[in-house]
Write a protein that binds this ligand. Structure first.
Ligand code: ZN
Length: 142
């Protein structure tokens, strides 16, 4: 599958960010560099969620690029960095209002079923923190 080129991204910028890009040349070269290790996530392909402690906006759920029925979850750590909730060796970055997800994950880090992730989120929203935690553990996807 061919990767998205910078010019394609420039054409559909509104699908990636709500920010206005003023210096387009600087933006392009930054994207070109980051694209080597990160993929750009469209606004429609990620959402904020609750952490296992029920904290709002402490989780980001990112749909997989090739298979939208799969997702990865990222948790905000105490330093404010977003790390993969499974392998924690890699994470997310925000630049220009665009979400960048590291392409490489730790050994054996697998995606989760998107429907499962959302089931968990709905438990958390209902305040069923323990149930959500147990459900996640039962699938080994804490
Ligand atoms: Zn991972």
């Amino acid at each position: 599958m061919a990767e998205t080129s910078v010019s394609e991204i420039m054409e559909s910028l509104k699908e990636y960010t709500k920010e206005e890009i003023n210096n387009r040349e600087a933006f392009k070269s930054k994207i070109e560099k980051m694209k080597k290790t990160f993929r750009l996530i469209k606004l429609s392909n990620y959402e904020y969620g609750l952490s296992f402690k029920g904290k709002k906006d402490h989780r980001i759920i990112v749909k997989e690029e090739r298979d939208k029925s799969k997702a990865r979850e990222y948790s905000k750590n105490e330093n404010g960095y977003w790390r993969c909730s499974r392998c924690s060796s890699t994470g997310l970055k925000f630049k220009y209002g665009i979400l960048f997800a590291a392409i490489k994950h730790g050994d054996g880090c697998e995606t989760k079923e998107y429907s499962f992730v959302m089931k968990n989120q709905s438990l958390l929203k209902q305040g069923k923190l323990k149930e959500a935690y147990c459900l996640a553990r039962s699938k080994g996807s804490k």
